[in-house]
Structures are given as C-alpha cells and as structure tokens.
Design a protein. Structure first.
Length: 301
C-alpha cells in the first residue's frame, strides 16, 4: 500500500539566465536567455515526488503576492495537497536568481522571504498530516529550529524522517539522531562528517562518521560515479546513468523525491536509489527546476 509523503520546506520562484559561461566577480555578460518558473528545494522535491506517483502533502509558507499565489495553483495542478501552505502577510515569497552555463554548471542566490518564517508552531498546526504520513522529507532552506522540531515529532511517532542537508552546513547531533536517512552530495557529506571525500574509501569513512552521529541510513550522491549507500552497516555503490547534462539545477531534488516515492511503495533502499538515479538522469537533460522534473511514465520502474 502506498504511504503518504510529507515534504516540509521552501517555496521559491526561480529567475534563470542561461549563459555561455558564468560571469566573473564584477563582470557583466550580455546575451543570456531568461525564463522564470517555480522552484525552492522543498517545492522541487514535493513536485518531483508527486510527478513520480507519490501521495504528497506540502508544508511551506509563501508571501501574499503573485509569486506565492501562482506557485500554490501550480502545486494543486500537480496533485499536491496544499492545505498547509501558509501565507505570511509581512514577508514576500522567496525568490532565487540562477545563472546556468553551457556545460550545465550553475550558481544560485536566494532571498528566503516567507520561507524564513516557517516556524515550529506551523508544524504543530499540521500535526494531523504528520500523524497520517509514513515519510517526512526536509531540506535546509527553512529555519533550523523548525527542521529540528519536525524531525523530533516524526521520530517520536515512528516516521521515516529523511533529510537532504542542502544548502551544505554543519548539523546538530540531536537532529541527526532523529533521521532514518540522510541524502547528501559530496560537499554536504564533507560538512557533516568533517572529512574530505576524494575516493570510495573516504566516502565510506564519511558515511561511517555520519552514522556514528546517529543517522540510521546514509546515501551520498557522487555525480557521474553514481551513489553510495550505507544501510545498517552494509555498503553498496549504485552506478550513475550516463547522459549529456544540460542543467543540473534540480537533479538532487529529483533524486530525493524519487527515493521517497520508491520507499513509500515498499522498495528497498538500494532499489529506491537505483530508481532515483534514473529519474535524476532525465532531469539533467532539461533546463529549469520544476520544468525539468520527470513524470513516472518517463522512467521505467
């Protein structure tokens, strides 16, 4: 039986410029192509999970402005339950300015706006939906106190609390001890473990340090080298799907949403990561954040 996925996180509008190369500090480049679409790591992961067949609830906060209202309507169109997307009357909706070069590399600046006002009391307000869920997925674009509060509530209720620690930062051990799974890229894993990742041995060492801090299962994404799993003392490497990358903006968000969908359908962690690799491979061949997220019929699973 499919289980409900609750995503707690950020809701932004992405303003993207596609350039031949990224500008140097102080440099102005002319000739880019501009487009705008909804983004934010929380929203991206919620939409990714919904498009891949997950039953998704999204807890977030927007401003009372056209950006926020438009985003909510788009989430509804994706089949996401938006009952607990709250409105902050004092803050604007979050926005992100993104530049992408011809090789798919990007740089991103974010103005958090209402995302920074998603508070523990808002999680308490949504307690009913947390009770009904099987999986709680979070990132780090909302206040840490809110993330910790939601993780603790989930842990106490026996839920699978999954954290994608992006943007990268050090994390308190009391949060790590609440996690069923941490899904991190190499940079994020280095921040949390305090060890440099240079090869598979160092990946395993980082995963060991993270599980020693209390995380039950660790998944570290390795770009073209695939993903590394530490599950209850066992290690696995899942190879990547080779494609020509155009824009890597939402690859990690697709991966996280896909893992949650597969787990909600009763798949093993290794099967979930294999599925997530296929989904992320589709994402990087397209421009944009939510615009690039695949639908279930596009991945054979």
């Amino acid at each position: 039986m499919e289980k409900k996925i609750v995503v707690i996180g950020s809701c932004n509008t992405d303003m993207v410029i596609n350039m031949e190369r990224l500008p140097l500090p102080g440099e102005t480049l002319i000739g880019g192509k501009f487009f705008m679409n909804p983004g934010g790591k929380g929203a991206n992961q919620a939409v990714a999970a919904a498009r891949l067949g997950g039953k998704v609830e999204f807890i977030a906060k927007t401003g009372n402005d056209p950006f926020g209202k438009r985003a909510i309507e788009q989430y509804k169109a994706e089949g996401i339950d938006t009952k607990y997307i709250l409105t902050d009357e004092a803050q604007p909706s979050g926005v992100a300015l993104i530049m992408v070069d011809a090789h798919g590399e990007n740089c991103i600046a974010v103005a958090s706006g209402a995302n920074a006002q998603l508070l523990p009391a808002d999680i308490d307000h949504a307690k009913e939906v947390l009770e009904e869920s099987e999986i709680i997925l979070m990132q780090l674009e909302t206040p840490m106190e809110t993330i910790e509060h939601a993780a603790r509530m989930g842990k106490e209720r026996g839920k699978k609390v999954i954290l994608n620690p992006a943007p990268a930062r050090a994390l308190p051990e009391k949060l790590l001890k609440c996690l069923y799974m941490l899904i991190a890229n190499e940079t994020e894993a280095e921040f949390i473990s305090g060890t440099q990742i240079t090869d598979l041995d160092s990946v395993a060492r980082a995963a060991d340090i993270i599980t020693d801090k209390g995380v039950e299962n660790v998944v570290i994404t390795l770009g073209s080298k695939g993903a590394f799993i530490k599950e209850k003392g066992n290690y696995h490497q899942v190879p990547a799907i080779k494609v020509k990358a155009v824009d890597a903006t939402a690859a990690g968000d697709t991966f996280c949403g896909a893992v949650c969908v597969a787990l909600s359908e009763g798949k093993s962690i290794t099967e979930a990561v294999e599925f997530a690799n296929r989904c992320a491979a589709v994402t990087v061949t397209r421009m944009g954040a939510q615009a690039s997220l695949p639908r279930r019929k596009e991945v054979n699973f």
